[in-house]
Design a protein around this ligand. Structure first.
Ligand SMILES: [Zn+2]
Length: 198
């Protein structure tokens, strides 16, 4: 017996979420169907509210309730240091490291020729524009340590060095092929302390 068509449609939508396979999508769909009306309203309301309230910071492209975001508007931060990350989740992971008190820039992804993601698909131009207008003396590239992140780091380093700005890459300690988002605070802290000039 096949799943009823409305359930089929739910599974189809849910399995498009990252990290959710067809089996998990089916489990979640049947779980949602068992939820009370009130719980479903709460779930939908939280998604809608977040969608309405959260915006992209016009300075660093982090997601926040405010523009500029609390990090960009914090005047006590070291404004000559800029840490470049792929996603807002990576920014959250790095921001737990108390030793780093600089600013951030969220690229919105990484270069990936296989997926046809080029420099125009991530915020390379906006990063360069910001570096030209702000007084940044060092850029720490904290893209993931997988092949896409490494390729992006090398590409950015070439562009940034032309602006006579020091470029560093997170040092050893991070697992190769790993996602910054899932690295713990101590590991990121060591990687920042051991950063190498590119
Ligand atoms: Zn910001």
């Amino acid at each position: 017996m096949n799943r009823p068509l409305p359930v089929e449609k739910m599974v189809d939508v849910i399995k498009r979420l990252p990290g959710v396979g067809p089996k998990m999508a089916e489990r979640l769909s049947y779980h949602i169907l068992k939820m009370s009306e009130h719980e479903i309203d709460k779930l939908l309301d939280s998604i809608q509210k977040a969608r309405q309230i959260i915006k992209s910071c016009s300075c660093c492209y982090n997601l926040s309730e405010h523009d500029p975001c609390p990090i960009c508007s914090d005047i006590s931060r070291e404004r000559h240091m800029l840490c470049v990350v792929e996603t807002p989740q990576d920014l959250i992971a790095v921001s737990k490291v108390k030793e780093y008190r600089g600013l951030y820039f969220v690229l919105g992804g990484a270069l990936s020729p296989l997926e046809a993601i080029g420099p125009d698909d991530i915020k390379v131009d906006k990063l360069i524009k910001r570096l030209k207008s702000d007084c940044i003396s060092e850029v720490i590239i904290a893209t993931d340590t997988d092949s896409k992140g490494e390729m992006t780091a090398v590409y950015l380093a070439e562009l940034i060095k032309k602006l006579n700005i020091k470029v560093t890459r997170l040092g050893y300690g991070l697992p190769v092929g790993g996602d910054i988002e899932y690295a713990d605070e101590v590991t990121i802290s060591r990687a920042i302390a051991g950063r190498k000039e590119m």
